[in-house]
Design a protein around this ligand. Structure first.
Ligand SMILES: [Zn+2]
Length: 366
């Protein structure tokens, strides 16, 4: 475990490790790059590199051990989605008065605070920044050299952005703020000008394929090609994607699409969606189906747009091309909206199989 596990963007990573080496780690840092480029992974690695209790070296630069108390606890925050889902669920169970007061924050180490966008608006809110200010000014690091605050999104509510700006004007010396963003332009220019911006690029599919050949030799070449494209530049996703689960979900997604686009065979549709039940398993299965559907719909859009080389479901190019015949951008738009509606329905606990069927029938109305 260490920076060698971070693949790609070596120039940027080297610069940042040099700043750890010279003890000049930035107080305000923007990590910009597309989803899946490894912004969050790198931010957690940097927090470990600065605060590791038994720091090591690799390639002549500081590295972290991955085993000490600090490394282990910071690494616990790696699975961000699960932590956020847990925190949101815990808040849902509270009384209304407490709900309003409770901010979604992730903290697996006392000196590392992670601030995700707060649902349902999915923006960073004033209350969250207030908490950050409290930690930054009044809580010096207790178990490490430096406190870290990692904002996982740059979508700030207006007053939250203004408060953050105040912290950046006079940041306490023992703290570093890291802002992750897909688009730095989303941030106030005054915030951008007070931070150092580093950019991460997504890894090209051919690099991911080469990596998979090395790390997942059990995958056959066509499966590697599919996994690399489904990962969309994200190393972690490429290495961990379960193609069996994806292909099973895609099978059902295709039934939904075929029902919508061709002569409707509702018996096949109902047979497929019947198995989507309530409960945690059913919820995951439905989410997988929605993602597979979304992926197919996006591929259809790529075909309509005349960019077949970007297709992810390469192994299905021929069928997708037949499906795309006669489809319009407006239909794709409608399909994307229908997918969002099913997800919302899930949150309201509507019967999953019913809302899936309704979506397929609705997609047919062109
Ligand atoms: Zn360590």
């Amino acid at each position: 475990m260490g920076f060698r596990d971070f693949l790609g963007n070596s120039v940027t990573v080297t610069r940042l490790r040099e700043s750890v080496q010279t003890d000049h780690f930035p107080q305000a840092l923007i990590l910009a790059g597309p989803g899946g480029a490894g912004k969050y992974t790198l931010a957690l690695m940097l927090a470990r590199a600065v605060n590791c209790l038994e720091p090591t070296e690799s390639d002549g630069l500081p590295d972290f051990c991955g085993r000490c108390r600090n490394c282990l606890r910071i690494a616990e925050a790696s699975n961000l989605e699960d932590h956020v889902a847990e925190a949101v669920a815990a808040r849902e169970d509270m009384r209304d008065a407490d709900k309003r007061e409770t901010r979604i924050l992730i903290q697996t180490h006392p000196d590392v605070l992670i601030v995700p966008p707060d649902p349902p608006q999915l923006m960073i809110k004033m209350g969250q920044v207030r908490q950050v200010i409290h930690v930054a000014y009044y809580r010096p690091p207790v178990e490490s050299k430096r406190t870290f605050t990692i904002f996982t999104s740059s979508a700030f509510m207006k007053e939250a952005a203004n408060s953050l700006l105040k912290v950046l004007e006079e940041p306490p010396p023992h703290t570093s703020l890291i802002l992750l963003t897909e688009n730095p332009q989303e941030l106030l220019p005054t915030i951008r000008s007070r931070a150092i911006v580093y950019r991460l690029a997504a890894l090209p599919a051919k690099d991911l394929e080469a990596l998979l050949a090395e790390r997942r030799p059990e995958l056959k070449p066509p499966d590697r090609a599919l996994a690399a494209r489904l990962a969309q530049g994200a190393v972690g996703r490429a290495l961990t994607i379960d193609l069996g689960v994806y292909l099973a979900s895609r099978q059902d997604a295709l039934i939904v699409l075929r029902t919508a686009l061709r002569e409707p065979d509702y018996s096949q549709l109902f047979h497929a969606t019947e198995s989507y039940r309530a409960g945690a398993d059913g919820q995951q299965k439905t989410l997988n189906l929605l993602r597979a559907l979304n992926c197919l719909v996006e591929d259809l859009l790529l075909l309509i747009a005349g960019t077949p080389s970007l297709l992810r479901n390469l192994d299905m190019a021929a069928e997708l091309e037949r499906m795309a015949q006669g489809l319009t951008v407006a239909w794709i738009d409608g399909a994307a909206k229908a997918l969002i509606q099913v997800e919302e329905g899930m949150r309201r606990n509507l019967l999953r199989s019913l809302s899936l069927d309704a979506m397929a029938v609705g997609l047919g109305d062109r």
